[in-house]
Design a protein around this ligand. Sequence first.
Ligand code: R5P
Length: 263
Amino acid sequence: MDWGLSNRLSRIIKSDGRTVMLAVDHGYFQGPTFRLENPKKTIEPLLPYADAFMLTRGALRSSISPKFDTPVVLRVSGGNSIVGTLENEEIITSMKEALRLNVSAVAFSIYVGSEYEHQTLTCLAKLIDEAQDYGMPVIAVTAVGKELEKREARYLALCCRIAAELGTSIVKTYYCDDFEKVTGGCPVPIVIAGGPKLETDFDVFKLVYEALEKGAVGVDMGRNIWQHDYPIPMIKAIRAIVHENATAKEANELFNKLKKEKK
Ligand code: R5P
């Protein structure tokens, strides 16, 4: 692997081979999502606890101080919205802009099985060709659109493998039953999204723990962290699972302790 690409990746996936990425890119198609209405207020307090954070150039420039050292993953696909055709994404940010913003990776969503499968996959391939010239890692997001039934191993394994075959450095997908079939068929590291806020805190810790047990290298999680009343204890407890091998039960105990101590 070229030095630049390898160096950028090592800023995101830490020396233990794992990562806690904070996903705060939701506004690009959802608008002012609950508790992300003011990006600066939500994101900046969490940055010291994230290994990387993922957002658009607009949110980065308008809301985040350039003095933060946390690596940036720049979302470069979009052009869609929740009230339009969700799957109709293309490249919305150039490689030149990604380099200008000094980001550590770029992220692009693919919609396998949708009307926009070919468009999103060929855009991803073109993005990777360009990114290779500059040593820029590409993260593919295996988006499932509004069809929740697609969150099953057979489908997600297909999406992840296709993304890896096209040359992505990391794949972001959803956790599902038989998740080992997804990781087992994907030759590049996988991180999981959290999805909508789960019922209990323990559900979140269990999701992270099981995903790691079944081969994920970490998370790229959003709503289950920053929509929580206690986002900092939440991300700290998730870090304990990812970087300190805590169990879901231990993470839950840590979370309750930090919550009480207001840390
Ligand atoms: C969706 O395409 C976005 O990339 C989000 O960043 C992603 O869904 C992860 O966030 P959450 O954990 O809130 O699902």
